[in-house]
Design a protein around this ligand. Structure first.
Ligand code: GTP
Ligand code: MG
Length: 377
């Protein structure tokens, strides 16, 4: 095959099977880049396999992320199409970051189409947590954003029993030709699709997955049967999740890959807890209280007297108190009145569960969302 023929193919549209980006050889810094030589080689192979862009190649082989500009409005356009089609929607949530993975406008995006809700990363929650409790919790959360899922399934996509759980639930919907998998970035959409595809066709890891948010860049359509295809979509980016404030090298403090170990603190009046260098919580209670912290196990929590907290922060920011935001950002402070059995959630980071009523002041980088909810677990 010569260059002109390849140009013609590219003109018609050739897409990376790993991330969905349109293949191009002109700009190394943009999505879908593949050197011209690699394209020539690909088409000169007798049985050319699926094509992967350079970014997917590096992600899969070296676990290195090449940043590309992400076009959120293009993502939105893809999702906006769903309401005009007759499709089944699989909406994936991360159980370690439920609020971060809620999409307030989802009912408009989905239209009248049925929704199967998948609460993924169940393996991160302590083993003692009852599935029923989580399902009730998700029922309430989805009601708050105006949807009523036809099914709620809890999964551990990296542990591999997902297809057995999901495939039978698709049976009532086989007349829906298209199955869209949607959700916020990094919740495990592509991992789940890979498991489904592997189950029906034995092809493994077709789509690129990674711990970096923003892995999938465009729609990826894969047949599940003669009639049905499953469609991966780029994750919605919520820039109020802590993940977007922290350098990728520090993701090990934020994104757990195994069961989180809760830590309980008995706090005397006027104590403070620092969550690494990312959050400061002053407990303004007059009596002794007890709180349980749910964060990635690598993230160290430091306790001090509130009176000494500012000094500790000034001296230890970026030393004892790590990680810190990737860029200098102001911290803002908010006050909350917590009740027994409520959680104080820092989106994309974790939460404190309160076993007593308390008043607190929390400081986080400006823009990161903090909220109070009924206890998740
Ligand atoms: N512990 C755990 N990790 C998971 C699970 N499912 C996915 N992951 C991990 O979560 C990260 C994100 O997974 P992806 O499948 O790439 O997520 P995505 O929703 O497609 O992300 P985008 O393409 O960025 O929107 C990867 O590191 C996965 O290995 C799970 O059930 N448990
Ligand atoms: Mg993906």
């Amino acid at each position: 095959m010569n260059e002109t023929e390849i140009n013609n193919i590219l003109e018609e549209g050739l897409y990376c099977i790993g991330c969905g980006a349109r293949i191009q050889y002109t700009n190394q810094n943009e999505a879908g880049y593949l050197p011209k030589s690699a394209l020539l080689k690909h088409f000169s192979d007798e049985e050319h396999s699926d094509l992967l862009c350079y970014r997917c190649f590096r992600l899969r082989n070296y676990n290195e992320i090449q940043p590309v500009e992400i076009n959120s409005s293009h993502f939105q356009t893809i999702l906006n199409q769903i309401s005009n089609t007759k499709s089944l929607v699989i909406y994936v949530l991360d159980l370690f970051d439920v609020e971060g993975s809620l999409i307030p406008g989802i009912s408009r995006l989905v239209g009248n189409n049925p929704i199967i809700l998948v609460g993924n990363k169940m393996d991160l929650l302590p083993k003692s947590v009852k599935e029923n409790k989580i399902i009730n919790f998700l029922n309430k959360k989805t009601r708050d954003i105006g949807i009523k899922p036809a099914e709620i399934i809890l999964t551990r996509a990296t542990k591999g029993d997902v297809a057995e759980q999901i495939i039978p639930k698709l049976n009532p919907y086989l007349s829906y030709k298209e199955i869209y998998v949607v959700g916020v970035t990094n919740v495990g959409k592509s991992t789940i699709i890979n498991q489904l595809v592997k189950y029906v066709s034995n092809q493994g890891n077709v789509i690129t997955t990674s711990r970096f948010p923003g892995t999938t860049l465009d729609k990826i359509e894969i047949p599940l049967s003669q009639e049905n295809k499953i469609i991966d979509t780029p994750g919605i980016i919520h820039d109020w999740q802590m993940t977007h404030y922290v350098d990728v090298k520090d993701f090990k403090y934020l994104l757990p890959n195994k069961e989180i170990k809760p830590q309980t603190f008995q706090l005397n009046p006027e104590q403070t807890i620092f969550v690494g260098g990312l959050a400061q919580i002053d407990f303004d209670n007059k009596e002794k209280i007890s709180v349980t912290a749910y964060f990635e196990n690598n993230l160290k929590l430091h306790r001090s007297k509130t009176q000494k907290a500012q000094e500790l922060f000034n001296n230890q920011f970026g030393k004892l108190l790590v990680p810190i935001p990737k860029e200098a950002v102001p911290y803002t402070s908010q006050k909350f009145n917590l009740k027994n059995n409520q959680d104080l959630v820092i989106a994309g980071l974790g939460w404190f569960s309160f076993n007593s009523d308390a008043m607190i002041t929390i400081k986080v980088p400006k823009g990161v969302k903090v909220l109070v909810r009924e206890a998740e677990i």
